[in-house]
Structures are given as C-alpha cells and as structure tokens.
Design a binder for this molecule. Structure first.
Ligand SMILES: Nc1nc2c(ncn2[C@@H]2O[C@H](COP(=O)(O)OP(=O)(O)O)[C@@H](O)[C@H]2O)c(=O)[nH]1
Ligand SMILES: [Mg+2]
Length: 314
C-alpha cells in the first residue's frame, strides 16, 4: 500500500495505461495447443469451446490416418492457433512415432489431456499414452499440462441424495488415480504433480457444475496458469472478447482491432468466459509480472501486486 499511496492519481492512471498498451502489443503470434485423449472423449468440442471457434470438427468427421499426424490451424485475432489433436497415441493406428516426431519439431505451449470423467477407470490406453508423452517430452511436460475431465455434466448421483458429495467423490477418484500413476509409474515429483490442474468440464448448456460456477472459466484460467507469460498473453488475446472481468472491456479495447473476428454462433461455444475474483486476480497478476519482468517499469516485485490491485480493483 505504501508505494501505491505515494503515486498520484495521474501517475497511477498513466501506469495502468502503459500496462494495457504493453500487453496489447505483446503476444506471440503463434500458439500451439496439444489436445489428446481417446477418440470420443470430447477433445474437439473442448478445444472449440476454449478457443471460441469451430476449429475442430466434432464426432462424425474422420480424416484419413496419414493426415492425422498434422495439426490444424486457424487465425484468431491475428494469432495463428495450431491445434495438435492426437488420434493414434491411444488408438493403435500406428502413427505414434511420426506424430510425436512432428510434434517435437514444432513444440507446443500447453497440453490438455482429456479423460471422460464418467468412465469408471483409468484405462490402460491412457496410461500408455501418458507414458509415451512423458518419454518423448520429459517430465517437465507436466508443468505445462492440464487434465480435463470431460462429460462432467453426466456425473449424477444415482440415489439423488447428495450431488455435491457424489461429484466430489468422483473427482477425488480421478485425482488419486492420476496422481498415483504419475508418481509411482512415471516418477513425476509430488511438487509437480500437485500443481497439475485436474478440471471437470461439461457442455455449454450446463456451465455450472457441483465443483464450480462456470467450468469453462475454470478450465480457461487453469490453462492460462500453466502457460508461460508469453503464451498466456496469446491465450488471452485470442479470447479477449469473451473473457469478462472488471476491467476487461477497457483491456480488450486497447488491442488494435483490424484482425478482430466475429464470434462463432455455434451453440456449443459459450459466448462468454466470466472470471470470478480469484481467476481475475491471477490473470492480472501474471500479466503484471510479465510487464514488470519486461523492464517496462521499475518497482520492487513485492509492491507491484498491491499497486496492481489499487489500479484495477477499486
Ligand atoms: N454430454 C456431453 N457430450 C459431449 C461432451 N463433449 C463432447 N460431447 C459429444 O461427444 C461426441 C464426441 O465428441 P468429440 O469432441 O468429437 O470427441 P473427440 O473424438 O475426442 O474429438 C460429440 O457428439 C460431442 O458432441 C461433454 O462434455 N458432454
Ligand atoms: Mg476430434
């Protein structure tokens, strides 16, 4: 507070302006997303909901195996979003080596591993895929990974007694299964394991789940939290018009809009990603850290967060 108080209102306003302008120019121009999990777990639908466009075809459409090792891409707000959808790894189509080599050449900013929450066990195909990915990309892969538990809207207490307890029981089951496999079988340290978000996700008709008010906001924020600063800013930029928080309109307006896209009208794609207080603070805090690290301002890190909250949340 002390430092924030020393700044005049005009200085605060100019700092805020500088920050907004800085990040509106800053994002990297390409974002690589690896989304994987068995066929039919809802990868395509999830990636569409996350990027806000129908980039991936759902269900029915099956492309030939030979093209499956290549990613698909789309330009969103001037950023090339490259989606690595990975059939093959779990489905025994035999393209694994080729696919992994291709992926290794390009690299990726985040891995979203999808498992159906209403499945009752952690399948051996998933275990093998997870092992293969860890062998290819190293244990650090898990520092930029999120596990999405899809079909969470399907979790219902058969006795209709206590939906929350039933849901949390299933969530706990998955946390334990995944943690135990990554720990005992793959040797991932607990420090890393504890930080892997394991996040229920549902459909666009039921955004509220027993564990959270808005699963998409939760998942989107968790993806942001595991990305490095630069990818995180791109993640924000592609969704700047849908992500809502106290000063989001002001921030979104700072971006040059020549390449702004219309929103997708598909009803499977939620129109908004409304952040709660905690999600908003962590978004701003990470952006602010990137701003400070860039050398654009000189303030001791310890005080910057206070300055930030004064700037954005009074
Ligand atoms: N009820 C429900 N259906 C879903 C969910 N996610 C996907 N689906 C449906 O499940 C089918 C397979 O989804 P898709 O995204 O194509 O799976 P993929 O093979 O992993 O890419 C599609 O018909 C989707 O509409 C979900 O969370 N809940
Ligand atoms: Mg698909």
């Amino acid at each position: 507070m002390a430092v924030a108080k020393k700044l005049s209102n005009a200085e605060l306003a100019s700092l805020k302006q500088k920050f907004i302008q800085w990040f509106a120019k800053k994002a990297q121009r390409e974002l690589n997303i690896l989304i994987t999990g068995k066929t039919g777990v809802g990868k395509s639908r999830l990636v569409n909901a996350l990027v806000g466009r129908n980039v991936a075809k759902e269900g029915r459409e099956k492309r030939p195996c030979t093209t499956d090792i290549n990613p698909y891409s789309i330009f969103l707000n001037g950023i090339k979003v490259v989606v690595w959808d990975s059939p093959g790894l779990q489905d025994g189509t035999g393209n694994d080596e080729l696919y992994l080599a291709n992926l290794k050449k390009h690299g990726f900013d985040i891995m979203i591993y999808c498992i159906k929450m209403d499945d009752k066990r952690f399948h051996s195909e998933d275990k093998m895929a997870v092992r293969q990915l860890t062998a290819s990309f190293g244990k650090d892969l898990w520092k930029k990974s999120v596990i999405a538990l899809t079909f969470a809207n399907k979790i219902e207490d058969p006795d209709e007694e206590d939906e929350l307890a039933y849901f949390m029981g299933d969530l706990y089951f998955w946390q334990k299964e995944i943690d135990s496999y990554l720990g005992t079988e793959l040797g991932i340290e607990s420090r890393v394991r504890n930080d892997i978000p394991i996040t229920p996700s549902g459909n666009s008709k039921k955004l509220r789940l027993p564990s959270c008010d808005h699963w998409l906001a939760d998942l989107w924020s968790k993806c942001f939290s595991v990305m490095d600063h630069s990818s995180g800013l791109a993640w924000y930029e592609i969704n700047k018009d849908r992500v809502k928080f106290s000063c989001s309109a002001e921030m979104a307006a700072a971006f040059k809009s020549e390449s702004s896209q219309d929103t997708d009208e598909s009803e499977d794609i939620p129109k908004e990603i409304p952040l709660n207080d905690k999600q908003e603070i962590s978004l701003l805090k990470k952006m602010w850290e990137a701003f400070v690290l860039s050398g654009a301002v000189t303030l001791a890190t310890a005080v910057t967060f206070t300055v930030l909250t004064v700037l954005f949340r009074r």
